[in-house]
Design a protein around this ligand. Structure first.
Ligand code: TYD
Ligand code: MG
Length: 450
């Protein structure tokens, strides 16, 4: 007979403790412990199989590497070239961002090409799914739907069906009977995921699980969930405009940091073939404080507009705000500008933002931030056909960035006339392009050029 035990779990990292704790010893976050009841000795997550003998790497056979194409190019790219059979993929994102939509679109394309698919929803009824499917366009082949929350039942259906791709719409709604806590709690999410992992590997089906994201931006439930699955994809974007980015954060079968760019329309998500063009759409012309920078996202270079607004402050402490770029990075660059370029920024408020709701961590936009701030402060626009690349160092030097050729070529392709790059990145091959390449070595030189 299984005994019930009360334990406390950290919501962030899954750390288990017999007592409530204010700070988690595992991940150091505060106030994250929740109480849950678990049964002890009731079950084991892993089924003991026959002992497996060790083998040599030369003799090991690779599984069938053929990937299932989803026919959504942006999604295939993030997955590393298509769906790998037997993989477990977590799709996270804010509510209403479009997780169910993209997975349903994927299912439609899959059944169209003859791949059997099962869509399990614990959140919506079959009628609601049908309504959404009708918005997305016609399903010309049949797809199996299952509206259930019981993991044992779902498991039985997956084992019986011939589906090679299964979607579980929201891991937070599925529950195992033998775990006594409510659906969505740490122990449930962990056990259900372990069960799904086993199912995926044993039956060689690819399973996509949808995970809701907490306010802090992590998948609700333990972060161990991210360690358990093969790939983690995050859907981000501003809910108020249609722009959506699918980002690969972990991928056992391909590179990470690839992004897929989509646009939410009334007929579902549309792929964006040329993200730079879309990001630069509606750019104001001849306005001070607006510059174009380049950000490397996975294997692509994307051009985005960066804006700064600098105005005299009315407070003792000037205000600094940043959207889409790291706040501390902006402060650091402003300090370098004061010290090395002699700009008196202390009496000014500064607001820096990336247009289009993108978040950029590429240091190659540093020089763009500096130029935008200087442009806004002097109230002199930067030439709108100029793209700016470079990392700013504390000594005021402009440091080289990675994949410079790709970035310059992208600007050339989009019809930019000038490109400001770090001197150390200069390459004679750039002479062959139509775009004029200007080398800068330090921040004073750069601010003089613009
Ligand atoms: P959904 O996929 O349900 O989000 P999630 O599963 O991530 O919670 O997306 C819901 C949002 O998308 C909702 O605000 C409506 C919008 N939407 C469209 O704009 N067009 C469409 O064709 C569909 C299906 C949804
Ligand atoms: Mg949904």
């Amino acid at each position: 007979m299984a005994k019930e035990k009360q334990v406390f779990f950290c919501k962030e990292c899954g750390y288990e403790s017999a007592k409530w704790l204010g700070q988690c010893p595992g991940c150091q976050s505060w106030n994250t412990f929740v109480e849950e009841k678990i049964k002890v000795g009731a079950h084991k997550t892993s089924v003991k199989k026959d002992a497996v003998a060790p083998t040599s790497i030369l003799k090991a056979t690779t599984a069938d590497e053929s990937r299932i194409k989803t026919d959504i190019k942006e999604l295939d790219r993030v997955l590393g070239g298509g769906i790998v059979k037997g993989s477990l993929v977590l799709v996270g994102g804010d509510p209403g961002i479009g997780k169910s939509t993209i997975l349903l679109q994927m299912c439609r394309n899959l059944v169209h090409t003859g791949v059997e698919t099962l869509y399990v929803s614990g959140e919506e009824s079959s009628g609601q799914i049908k309504m959404r499917a009708e918005r997305l366009g016609t399903f010309d082949k049949d797809m199996t739907l299952l509206c259930d929350n019981d993991m044992d039942n779902i498991s039985a259906v997956i084992q019986k069906s011939n589906a090679s791709v299964v979607v579980i719409d929201s891991i937070q709604t599925v529950a195992l009977d033998e775990v006594s806590s409510a659906p969505g709690t740490v122990s449930q999410v962990r056990e259900v995921t372990a069960r799904l992992m086993q199912l995926a590997k044993q039956n060689n089906v690819a399973i996509f699980i949808v995970g809701h994201v907490t306010k802090e931006g992590t998948v609700a439930g333990p972060r161990t969930l991210e360690h358990m699955v093969d790939s983690v994809l995050y859907f981000e974007g501003d809910k108020n405009n249609g722009f959506r980015i699918l980002r690969g954060v972990k991928n056992r079968f391909g590179s990470t940091n690839e992004i897929g760019v989509f646009n939410m329309t009334d007929k579902g998500l549309e792929e964006v073939d040329n993200p730079s063009q879309m990001m630069l759409n509606g750019r104001p012309e001849g306005v001070s404080g607006s510059v174009v920078v380049s950000s490397l996202e996975g294997s692509r270079s994307i051009l985005v507009e960066l804006q700064a607004l600098v105005c005299q402050t009315n407070f003792n402490m000037p205000r600094r705000t940043s959207v889409g770029v790291d706040f501390n990075r902006v402060n650091l660059i402003m300090a370098v500008m004061e010290k090395r370029a002699g700009l008196n920024l202390w009496g000014y408020d500064a607001y820096v933002s990336i247009a289009g709701g993108m978040k950029i961590s590429d240091p190659a936009i540093d020089l763009g931030i500096a130029c935008a701030i200087a442009s806004s402060m002097r109230n002199k626009p930067v030439d709108e056909d100029t793209m700016i690349i470079g990392e700013v160092g504390l000594a005021g030097e402009i440091r080289g960035v990675t994949n410079i050729m790709q970035r310059v070529k992208e600007a050339d392709k989009l019809g930019f006339k000038q490109c400001i790059i770090p001197a150390s990145n200069y390459d004679v091959a750039m002479e062959k392009l139509d775009i004029k390449v200007t080398k800068v070595a330090n921040i004073v030189e750069a601010l003089g050029t613009i």
